[in-house]
Design a binder for this molecule. Structure first.
Ligand code: 6GU
Length: 231
């Protein structure tokens, strides 16, 4: 898979690229590029943003700047781009990222993630150049870069070779194997620490009982996270 991040801070991704599972994914032939939004700006002094029409606080990323950037990187009119690859605007008002969306994105051959800054994107960027708008939760970050890293982290760990153990992405939180529930609690040695013991069943060697116990704990956590059941 090929992931491009368009950002005003490409240097932030140098550290990210070195993290183990990201490095593994890149060594297995995947690509992650951080592209500088300023590189192709048609405006003077590296300008990329402007004040919002209608007034209000903050600055807005200009549509002509994003047009020039995407055209410069891909050599096509960016209105064509969403037909070639998933182009995602990272913005707090977008579709909230969950495991379903992560799996969907991990199945794509190529992604482009656009990082907003300031008050965000001129809406015409989202309308005409993007296939999706994605948020990582209902709170506001200063920019889309950390959100892009969250998306990349979640997507790249699903790629073959990113995790050390082939099963570790199979029966994990929110997977089909757990029917969308969070993962069950884990324990390891020592079996007793400061008087805190490990559930007996896990030491029993009864695989079917262990499986049932884990499934039940997983369901409890799912129900707790969803709030009280509707009656
Ligand atoms: Cl994708 N961007 C920003 N700026 N803030 C966010 C976000 C994205 N997701 C949650 N908060």
């Amino acid at each position: 898979m090929e992931i491009d991040v368009v950002t005003l801070f490409p240097g932030w991704f140098d550290w990210f690229r070195e993290q183990r599972h990201v490095a593994n994914a890149l060594e297995s032939g995947n690509r992650l590029r951080a592209l500088d939004l300023r590189e192709h700006t048609p405006l003077g002094a590296g300008q990329v943003d402007d004040t919002p029409f209608g007034g209000g606080a903050g600055m807005v990323l200009r549509v002509d700047v994003m047009d020039a950037a995407l055209r410069g990187f891909y050599g096509v009119d960016p209105v064509e781009l969403p037909r070639q690859r998933r182009v995602i605007a990272l913005t707090p008002g977008g579709r909230v990222l969950d495991e379903q969306l992560v799996s969907e994105l991990a199945a794509e051959p190529a992604l482009t993630l656009l990082c907003g800054r300031y008050e965000g994107f001129d809406e015409r960027i989202v309308q005409h150049f993007c296939s999706d708008a994605v948020s990582i939760g209902r709170y506001v970050l200063a920019g889309g870069e950390l959100a892009a890293m969250v998306v990349c982290d979640a997507v790249m760990r699903k790629l073959p070779g990113a995790l050390g153990h082939a099963d570790s992405a199979e029966e994990e939180s929110f997977s089909a194997a757990l029917e969308g529930d969070p993962e069950y609690p884990h324990y390891t040695r020592p079996a007793e620490y400061r008087g805190w013991t490990v559930p007996e069943v896990l030491l029993s060697g009864h695989h079917e009982e262990i499986r049932r116990w884990r499934r039940a704990r997983s369901r409890e956590r799912g129900a707790a996270a969803d709030g009280p059941p509707l009656s």
